[in-house]
Design a binder for this molecule. Structure first.
Ligand SMILES: [Zn+2]
Length: 538
């Protein structure tokens, strides 16, 4: 404990006063600096440089960074919020930032997403123990348990073969959410994906196969059943997302006309109601926008909201939901309202699950508009919590193979074709042509199903059934509006679904312990930041 304090203090000092060479001594090295030469004159800067807005803004940013103070006491983070942008690699963050800025009439490049204003950031190595480029089950396990594991397994260690139920029962991993429950904190899970999908599942379930969402093998319990049976504390307090079908028997049709998937006849929604007394005690089950809007959080301590049979809609496509569903930022606001009723604090995981799906479908439009909504949800959390007692960590589980290419002029539409400038900044009149004589877009994919022009279609998944099939390689985009919702970018290597990428992802943090988010770390490190700052292990 003492060592931790000393190291962490040195770390924060080094960060906060990185311009000050004295901080070297705090890190255990004697300063060994030459005596200042009295003859030496400080080089004075040209007036125009000193007055440049870039120069003064940079200077002001350093001044602000030096003022940062961090509560370094273990356990000071009464509340912990982990935001996961599924598939939100660095290029996605950059492109989403530009899109969000351009939506507000700016050039875009200078814009900052909510979490980019947080004082601390670092890089995260995302590989699984058996894969250079990871999947979401292994990465979510690292985030939630502090232990890296294989692709495809949830909260069991790397010695367990995928799908081996018996082995998995011997090697379960306890999660941050379970630890928080055991400490009497409230807990919540919010996702636009199925709530049984890899990332949200990793907050509560243990399974040697991520696909066992409603049916397991070898005597294991499926993921949906594990959610309603969770024994840590009094179980999860807040659940908002998609995935209704895994909770309903295949003989039951939901309000949107979709059948359940369960073959064991169990109705887990009814079981949840029975456990928590829906309508009797302070528990509520909801499944559409009107139910969500009518919630009186003052009277509710347990909330289950399942808004779609499978995943919730892409943000750009949300208006097309049959029964109506809330946005990620709306769910975050309502969820915080409920969790904040507990004076002992809370643990909340919020996932934007479909940035990943947009990329898999080869639709930068969907991925980026979901990433912008994700940033809005983070803003809601930043606005409704205090940096005094709430640690917010924002990260991604892995990246995707989307690139930002060419030399587009400043402010060029991020979803557009590359238009260069004449050197003075004046845009050329027509898009640049590649050496094959064809225009090209700033955003493209290294692999995937490739080009499709689906006009105003806002459901990116329609790409999988589109008549063009897999269509990799170059196309003539001269007369194509590449900024339209239904445009799917060109891809180099043909794959039915675009793939994850193996490079590092970013992590941003604010609140007690946020200074520990620094440097390049293994993904499982982030669990330990939350555990230490939140006092989850003592
Ligand atoms: Zn994925």
């Amino acid at each position: 404990m003492k060592r931790y304090n000393k190291l962490a203090t040195a770390f924060s000092l080094a960060l906060l006063a990185s311009a000050c060479s004295d901080s070297d001594s705090d890190r255990g090295r004697e300063p060994d600096l030459p005596e200042p030469d009295p003859e030496e004159q400080a080089l004075s800067l040209p007036q125009s440089q000193r007055e440049s807005s870039w120069f003064t803004a940079g200077e002001a940013a350093v001044d602000a960074a030096r003022q940062q103070t961090v509560n370094n006491t273990p356990g000071a983070a009464k509340n912990i919020i982990l935001f996961v942008g599924d598939g939100m690699g660095i290029s996605t963050v950059t492109a989403a930032r530009i899109l969000a800025g351009q939506q507000q009439g700016l050039d875009g490049e200078e814009y900052q997403l909510s979490f980019e204003k947080m004082p601390f950031a670092g890089l995260v190595k995302t590989y699984n123990t058996n894969q250079q480029t990871p999947d979401s089950a292994g990465t979510a396990t690292a985030l939630m348990t502090g232990v890296k594991t294989k692709a495809g397994v949830i909260n069991v260690d790397e010695t367990v073969a995928r799908g081996d139920c018996a082995a998995s029962l011997e090697r379960p991993l306890t999660t941050a959410l379970e630890l928080a429950e055991a400490k009497g904190k409230s807990t919540g899970i919010i996702s636009t994906a199925r709530i049984t999908h890899a990332t949200p599942a990793a907050t509560y379930a243990k399974s040697p196969e991520r696909g066992w969402e409603y049916k397991a093998e070898g005597g294991c319990v499926d993921i949906a059943a594990q959610l309603v049976e969770l024994t840590a504390g009094d179980g999860v307090d807040l659940v908002l997302g998609g995935g209704r079908r895994s909770f309903l028997p295949n003989t039951v049709t939901d309000l949107e006309g979709k059948a359940g998937k369960r073959e064991d006849g169990r109705n887990l929604v009814d079981e949840w109601r029975k456990r928590y007394g829906d309508g009797v005690t302070n528990a509520a089950y909801i499944e559409n926008q009107s139910g969500f809007d009518a919630l009186d959080i003052a009277g509710i301590d347990k909330l289950l909201g399942l808004f779609n049979a499978s995943h919730m809609h892409y943000e750009a496509d949300r208006v097309n939901d049959v029964a109506g569903e809330p946005s990620l930022s709306e769910m975050t606001a309502k969820g915080l309202e409920l969790l904040q009723k507990n004076n002992d604090g809370y643990f909340l995981m919020v996932e934007s699950g479909r940035i990943d799906h947009g990329h898999h479908a080869g639709s930068a439009y969907s991925a980026l508009t979901d990433a912008v909504e994700f940033a809005r949800a983070v803003q809601v959390a930043m606005d409704n919590t205090s940096a005094e007692d709430t640690l917010i960590i924002v990260t991604a589980d892995h990246s995707h193979v989307m690139t930002i290419a060419g030399y587009p002029t400043r402010g060029n539409p991020i979803l557009g074709k590359v238009v260069t400038n004449d050197g003075s900044g004046q845009p050329q009149e027509t898009p640049s042509l590649a050496d094959d004589g064809l225009p090209y877009t700033t955003l493209s994919y290294g692999n995937g199903a490739g080009y499709a022009n689906m006009g105003e279609e806002t459901d990116a998944d329609e790409r999988y059934t589109h008549s063009s099939g897999i269509d990799a390689g170059r196309k003539d985009l001269t007369h194509v509006d590449t900024t339209a919702p239904g445009y799917h970018q060109e891809a180099l290597v043909p794959l039915a679904s675009e793939s994850h990428a193996g490079e590092d992802v970013g992590v941003w943090a604010r609140g007690p312990g946020a200074h520990l988010v620094s440097g390049t770390n293994e993904q499982n490190y982030l669990f330990h930041v939350m555990a230490r700052a939140g006092g989850l292990l003592n």
